[in-house]
Design a protein. Sequence first.
Length: 326
Amino acid sequence: MEKFQETIWKETEYTYEAAYGFVPNIMAYLHEDASEKKPCLLIAPGGGYCMTVPPEGEVVAKEFFYHGMNCFVLTYTTDITMSVPLHKQPMSDLSRAVRYLRANADRFGIDPHRITICGFSAGAHCCASLGVHFADIEDPDPTLQAISNRPDAMILSYPVITSGPYTHEGSMQALLGKDATAEERAYYSCENYVTKDTPPCFIWQTVEDDLVPVENSMMFAAKCREVGVPYTYHAFPRGWHGLSVYNNAWRNGDFGEPYTMDLVMRAVAAVKEGRGVRVSPERRQELEEQFADKEADAPQILPMEYPDVAMWPQLAEVWMTSVFTE
């Protein structure tokens, strides 16, 4: 396996106010045999738009790497301080990543016509947002702007979809702030913007999801059916929010390197040093308590309680094969 990290924005292109020196990036997991172009999976971890969590990063990439794909984990813009609304920045990061991968397809050994984006929770909202709004996102680089940012397929794992009654309010507040207008919130209610041009979707969630109501995925699947977007939808009866790939490595707490926490740790350090951008005293205290220096707990090894959920990567592989051979 060839593994390396690359930033996707030039210094002058990336202007998010609360980045604290961070630049969005992709971590690549590539097969060293470049004789055949591989299908590509671009992973967007969740974390309520406050962070991109490690349990939905490297462990996911390795799972699909061993299914024969070249994989990339996107660490996109988030705001752990909940102080500087993100608006289109995460979606723009994802859009740039898709264009960047297509522009470098030969170097990365990927088929530019088989790029699947795979998001979890808020990361799935970011993916769904690009899937319905890709035509709205312009790239500041003229060369990349000429390259399509429309994904060829999407995997939406326990997705935040709506900004309506069934939303995950924390994600919406990090994305838009507490004082967002009705128009701003409506734009990010992805189920209302599905069209025949939305990429084919593999959607899965558990009915027992205790954080993001299952109605989110149901609504998106229903809209796909309504307008004729090819989709597969799995609503597993049991399981909690955040089960990721639910393989042995994940259940053993072997999530790999925590590089997706780069922006979070930069922001927390800035807050502790009094350099936080418009961070309220209340939020500063919360972050100091949440990220206080303390001995890490030993990973908890989880039993295999949901064997049906553990099958979703295999189901997704079969689905992607069918999508790309039709």
